[in-house]
Design a binder for this molecule. Sequence first.
Ligand code: TTP
Ligand code: MG
Length: 349
Amino acid sequence: MRKIIHVDMDAFFAAVEMRDNPALRNIPMAVGGSSDRRGVLCTSNYEARKFGVKAAMPTAHALKLCPHLKLVKPNFRKYSEASQKVFQIFHEFSELVEPMSLDEAYLDVTNSHHFHGSATLIAQEIRRLIFERTQLTASAGVAPNKLIAKLASDINKPNGIFTVPPENVESFISKIPIERIWGVGKVTAKKMQEMGVKTCLDLQAFHRSQLIFNFGRFGDLLFDFCRGIDEREVENEYERKSLGTEETFVRDLERFEEMKDHVRRMFQEIQDALSSYDDKKIKNIHLKIKYFDFKQTTIERQLPFQEESYLQLLAERWSQDPRPVRLLGVGVKFEESKSHSDIQLPLLT
Ligand code: TTP
Ligand code: MG
């Protein structure tokens, strides 16, 4: 069982501006482009949110909702300075930090010795240090996985923390509206509505195969997510250790030829994705197989990264064990790079 913390700064850009200019506190204000140049808002403070003013909204529309809204031009250098201080704190508590944006990250503190391994106390200390060093507030969620930690950090926002211990995951997730689940966008949400699904509990009534039929590969994840199960690792993007893809099939594959076709297609996907990791050296390749009875095996081998290598591993396995297959996965492991020092944050879109 992992211990994951999700930290998200409160009204980040707006909070930086309010910190630096007391005249902006306690009045509705937003950071963004001006209305005469078709600007949009980056974010708004909590006073402005009471009027429905929020991120990505056209400034002109925001001013209709809240005519006395105070508008501030963004100063990205200041936000990135604050962000660097915050990420410095994260790295004091874990090597496994996954940045999601300038103001948001997941930390895996499973093996941390701080506070006798209490993730909640670590999260509180992180929030305290953030305030001490930046005079900004952050909210945190503490949970056994990323999915739940992210939902939890919203519960007591702003300037709050919420912990979901493993024994509470089931009751916590059951009440969550389905559109708040990671990966559920407008299209999926609409389909859910048609299926009469509002909460995660509603979705639990469906079989895995039904969800795969309705939502493709994402349906496989959804089956787990609506039960609060999430195996995704916290990955430092710039220290990515592996890259892979896998797929659970609606019907188990029984023919070798069929399996080969899927491996070929997945190899192609990995090859395409690898083009963004050309600074990485491949250590070995792997093939994962889950059988119809849920038994699974992963073969790792130092072979050249090419289609034939994966097909060779598949053929070897098939000759030993020609059983129906419910899932196939292909991937690569990278050599670890030596430097941890030059971690960069992703740019905001
Ligand atoms: P968020 O964490 O989504 O928002 P927030 O920190 O302003 O407010 P909350 O308290 O709800 O977390 O985004 C972080 C920053 O990213 C935000 O302050 C401004 C920037 N941003 C944009 O520039 N455009 C956008 O559409 C969004 C959503 C955020
Ligand atoms: Mg935020």
